[in-house]
Design a protein around this ligand. Structure first.
Ligand SMILES: [Zn+2]
Length: 370
């Protein structure tokens, strides 16, 4: 009963804060050329004032197995309590998590027929089937048991371990969004005068050719060097009844040149901090249209991220969450944004500038959607 009461109370609090929060523009509130700025990978340590209870794990009674979840017709409200992973595993007929490392960090592995997840105490970085995924909250030890946050359980751990499928209509309509365009050049290759907007367009065209032979109907938000607002990219997906939306970008950490690898972004699920904020407000209680697809966003991200890592051999920088990306927030379908490599890294820029490598990137995306 305590759990139900907690959920109702937290849900009520969330609705309350949602009511007093100023409405957010789902369109172009963010700079379109955000890739050129320095990434911030440390989540904010301080919660927004209205939600201080989200920051610290609270020792709550372990969830009871015989209490049915509340009946909610739309997407369930985020579960803001911490949950014993042992209890959750038992409820779902999985073997209990087992400790796989105790020094220098303590890690636990939990497995299902779908794969193995490794969770590290005090770290938001989890490993799923060998791939890095970023949680909203670092798992904690409470009374000698590993506890995970309810939002992470609901939006990441449960769909992956219980094998939720990625679903789309039989029409298989996909919108590919080549980032930037026109006067919005995106980031510049460290090797010379070429720009991100040209590489994303070429990558998208190659994906289109491949997916069109695999039964997909493919639309590109732009087919030439023109600038399109983020809100129009969202509206384009809507008017073309897209089942899936993928925005393509390349990264930069200029003037630093060392960073390299692939990052895949999903909209941050309601109730958790983002992996990346770039200085934009990160209001945990915000709920955007695309938050109705939190699970599906992650499943799409996993497929494509894994495909690129396997197909192109790049460094894994993880599946991450961001809330400020206007091209994702208003999407009424699974939607992700891929940063296919660093144009500020000479070695990786050299790869991205090669047509053969962009073809490999395109094949990786297309193969992941077979
Ligand atoms: Zn970009």
């Amino acid at each position: 009963m305590f759990k139900v009461a907690s959920i109702i109370l937290c849900g009520a609090l969330l609705l309350l804060t949602g009511c007093v929060t100023a409405p957010h523009d789902n369109s172009d509130a963010v700079a379109t050329d955000w890739s050129a700025t320095k990434p911030v990978v440390t989540p904010p340590k301080v919660a927004p004032p209205a939600k201080p209870t989200l920051v610290k794990p609270v020792k709550l009674p372990v969830a009871r197995t015989n209490v049915p979840p509340p009946k909610i017709i739309t997407r369930p409200a985020p579960i803001l309590t911490w949950t014993s992973l042992n209890r959750w595993a038992a409820e779902n007929k999985l073997a209990p998590p087992r400790k796989v490392a105790s020094s220098p960090v303590t890690s636990y592995a939990i497995s299902s027929a779908s794969g193995k997840m490794i969770l590290t105490i005090g770290s938001q970085e989890a490993i799923w089937r060998g791939m890095e995924i970023h949680l909203g909250f670092a798992p904690e030890i409470i009374d000698d048991q590993i506890f995970v946050h309810g939002v992470d359980l609901q939006t990441s751990i449960e769909p992956l371990l219980l094998g939720s499928p990625l679903t789309f209509s039989p029409d298989r309509v996909i919108v590919i969004d080549p980032g930037h365009g026109g006067k919005e050049s995106g980031t510049k290759s460290v090797l010379g005068g070429r720009y991100e907007k040209d590489f994303t367009l070429d990558w998208a065209r190659r994906i289109k050719l491949l997916l069109a032979t695999n039964g997909w109907t493919v639309y590109l938000t732009r087919t030439n060097d023109t600038d399109i607002t983020l809100s129009n990219r969202v509206a384009f997906a809507e008017s073309h009844h897209a089942d899936l939306f993928i925005s393509l970008h390349f990264n930069s950490s200029a003037p630093r040149t060392q960073e390299n690898g692939v990052e895949t972004y999903c909209l941050t699920p309601t109730g958790m901090p983002s992996t990346l904020t770039r200085g934009y407000p990160d209001i945990w209680s915000d709920h955007y249209p695309n938050n109705n697809f939190d699970e599906q966003n992650l499943l799409l991200a996993i497929r494509l991220h894994a495909g690129i890592l396997q197909g192109c051999g790049q460094e894994d920088r993880g599946i991450r969450h961001a809330r400020f990306m206007g091209v994702l927030r208003g999407q009424k379908r699974p939607a992700i944004l891929i940063e296919g490599g660093y144009l500020s890294n000479p070695r990786e820029a050299g790869k991205i500038e090669s047509a053969a490598f962009r073809q490999k990137l395109a094949e990786a995306v297309a193969n992941a959607l077979k």
